[in-house]
Design a protein around this ligand. Structure first.
Ligand code: PBG
Ligand code: ZN
Length: 335
């Protein structure tokens, strides 16, 4: 005679039943990726309209000129991606990052061109100064003597709000401040509202960690700091409670979407934010995450396609419905 507990062991605990065939796996699958979840980062340079410079540390990723960028946007539209996010590369850097908030800056121009040709493509404008400052810092740097340099918070925030307005006027669909200064979401919200852009949403890089995973991006954008680092404003990778605090603050200041960055080493943060807040959650699979997968695949150490899809799936499963990723086009081809 079989007891109830025997039945449970022999039969009820057989979780493999729903893994045996692809049709049953498909039926019980909890998470799936869609092209609309992906935002493709694009580096646009003011060097030459026809420019297409491959980034050595990011195989398959290029700095595009205003004109070469268009064929990439065309691919993004055809793939039905969620959108693109623009990063400027400029030959005209100065101490105050003027090209970030000048209507003549490369990103302002690029937004106008893209919205003219592809009105249906969602264009996200990254707001920060580091790609445009000669010292590579995200804000205005003051020398306090004794080798002590400080990034001035409030002075920087004013310029970031100007930058956001310039991108709004150019036609951006979503404003994404990545600088990590305090109070920038509120300042940008106020600036947008005062100028008739009440309906323009903000996606805040809320929990942005001081990460070594940004290495290749700084090659791509030419934005590595010439001295010091970003630890005075980006978050300590050791902290999780603090992430809850900054997300809450950003939502109160008016962020419509919050972002966690990087993604793969911060899946726990993505999940906590998803569970605790009711706003859409984005995650940025950053340059170093992309380059690691590409490098291992190029060496034949891993299956690059499978690793790409698995990494993206893990980010979605953790709770991010929006994923900024350099794999956006490649991954959407495999869906
Ligand atoms: C700049 C910015 C960075 C990234 C996005 N916006 C880099 C940094 O903080 O140095 C990183 C993106 C990536 O690594 O792919 N504020
Ligand atoms: Zn920056």
């Amino acid at each position: 005679m079989t007891s109830h507990s025997d039945l449970f062991v022999d039969s009820g605990s057989r979780t493999r039943r729903t893994r045996m065939t692809e049709p049953i796996r498909r039926l019980v699958r909890e998470t799936s990726l869609e092209a609309r979840n992906f935002i493709l980062p694009i580096f646009v340079t003011d060097e030459h309209p026809e420019a297409m410079n491959e980034i050595a540390s990011m195989p398959g990723v290029y700095q595009y000129g205003l004109s070469t960028m268009m064929s990439l946007c065309d691919k993004a539209v055809k793939a039905k991606l969620g959108g693109v996010i623009l990063f400027g590369v400029t030959t005209k850097k100065d101490e105050r990052g003027t090209m970030a908030y000048s209507p003549k800056g490369i990103v302002a121009k690029a937004i106008k061109e893209i919205k003219k040709r592809f009105p249906e493509l969602l264009v996200v404008a990254d707001v920060c100064l580091c790609e445009y400052t000669s010292h590579g810092h995200c804000g205005i740097v003051h020398d306090h003597g004794d080798g002590k340099f400080v990034i001035e918070n409030d002075e920087t925030v004013e310029l970031l709000a100007e930058e956001a307005l310039v991108y709004a006027e150019a036609g951006a669909d979503l404003i994404a401040p990545s600088d990590m200064m305090d109070g920038r979401v509120a300042a940008i919200r106020e600036m947008l509202d005062e100028n008739g852009f009440e309906a323009l949403p903000i996606m805040s890089y809320s929990a942005k960690y001081a990460s070594a995973f940004y290495g290749p991006f700084r090659d791509a954008a030419g934005s590595a700091p010439t001295f010091g680092d970003r630890r005075s404003h980006q978050m300590d990778p050791a902290n999780s409670e603090e992430a809850m605090r900054v997300v809450e603050r950003d939502v109160l200041e008016g962020a419509d979407i919050v972002m966690i960055k990087p993604a793969m080493s911060y899946l726990d943060i993505i999940r906590r934010v998803r569970d605790q807040f009711d706003v859409p959650v984005a995650a940025y699979q950053v340059s170093g995450e992309y380059s690691m997968i590409k490098a291992a695949a190029a060496n034949g150490w891993v299956d690059g396609d499978r690793l790409m899809m698995e990494s993206l799936l893990s980010i979605k499963r953790a709770g991010a419905s929006i994923i900024l990723t350099y794999f956006a086009l490649e991954a959407s081809e495999l869906l």
